[in-house]
Design a protein around this ligand. Structure first.
Ligand code: ZN
Length: 342
């Protein structure tokens, strides 16, 4: 196996995809159904390996749950693969790798990333032929992690794990370079004027089935997330971080994106999902499954003070990126406003 220097460092840094921070209370249904049990022969299993700052037992369990949920989305088996890389090859802090991995290994490096992101995630090296990732890495921001509610950590980890599998990170041909240096000409992103669209066939078919009428699924300018306004609450929405206190749904769009990359998927694992019908995310309602619909905050987007935010029933603290957050209310600029309010 050739040395694992598939991506130039600049490309690797480009591959990093950021989860913008935080909205209201829809809990996606747990993926389940036809996946072989995690660890069973033939199952696709994600193995997370924690590095860096220690996590609490509860946080570790949440990371494990995210890995189990994403594993359950995938129906194709993971073919054992030789990992052979010097220390820090794909991401700072990763150990030297000399092993045959029977599972999809994702390193989770817990460290300070500053104020603007919860986490970043990307694939490390792609298989020859299929261009599917061999292993992946996630940097999880230790800043404020102790205050991150369980649902938001779960949501963040599911989102980043999808990035490690190539969703949002391997959509353009320039990143689809395998171990032996071959590149895949397929690209799933099309530009029309200033707007980027995802045009991979499976996700596009899912978008059409949901009533989407544009030439492709609208993307954020980073070409790695569904446009927030187009999907509102969805696990790979560019504004997924605006929806706090919940796990954003894994919609048929994201399952389709996994299929476009070459994975077989467990269709029943997708969550109830509807596209918003107007310009506001408040028009996004879930089908009649008993799952509560997305509740956009009825509170005003701007609070005059922390006391006003509390009086309006906002959940404190307010996080950067969340409706109502203002730097003026965040005296120590740590991304949490009104954190000392009862
Ligand atoms: Zn992301």
């Amino acid at each position: 196996m050739p040395p694992l220097f598939t991506f130039a460092p600049t490309l690797r840094s480009l591959l990093r995809s950021l989860l913008p921070v935080a909205v209201g209370g829809l809990l996606a249904t747990a993926p389940h159904a036809h996946a072989a049990p995690a660890g069973a022969p033939g199952a696709f299993t994600i193995e997370t390996r924690l590095l860096g700052r220690p996590l609490s037992a509860a946080q570790r369990a949440t990371v494990q749950e995210a890995a189990a949920r994403v594993s359950a989305l995938i129906a194709s088996p993971f073919t054992p693969v030789r990992l052979n890389a010097p220390a820090g090859d794909c991401d700072r802090g990763l150990p030297r790798l000399r092993e045959t991995a029977p599972r999809f290994v994702v390193f989770v490096v817990v460290k300070s990333l500053g104020d603007d992101v919860y986490a970043t995630g990307m694939p490390c090296d792609l298989r020859d032929g299929s261009y599917l990732p061999i292993y992946g890495t996630i940097d999880l921001n230790s800043d404020g992690l102790g205050d991150l509610p369980r649902a938001d950590l779960l949501d963040t980890m599911i989102h980043e794990l999808l990035h490690t599998l190539g969703v949002g990170t391997l959509w353009e041909a320039e990143y689809r370079v395998s171990m032996n240096g071959d590149s895949d000409s397929r690209t799933f992103v099309r530009r029309v004027g200033k707007q980027l669209y995802y045009t991979g066939p499976r996700a596009l078919a899912a978008y059409r089935a949901l009533g989407g009428r544009e030439v492709g699924v609208p993307l954020d300018p980073d070409a790695g997330h569904w446009a927030g306004a187009a999907v509102c609450s969805e696990i790979l929405s560019g504004t997924a971080g605006d929806f706090t206190g919940r796990v954003n749904p894994v919609s048929p769009l994201t399952l389709g994106a996994l299929e476009d990359l070459g994975y077989r998927v467990n269709r029943p694992a997708s969550a109830p999902f509807r596209l918003p019908t107007g310009r506001s995310c408040a028009t996004q309602v879930t089908p009649k499954t008993g799952t509560p619909e997305i509740r956009q905050s009825a509170a005003p987007a701007v609070f005059s003070s922390c006391a006003a935010a509390r009086a309006a029933g906002a959940t404190l603290p307010l996080r950067r990126g969340q409706p109502g957050y203002r730097p003026e209310m965040d005296g120590d600029r740590d991304g949490l406003a009104c954190e000392n309010q009862p």
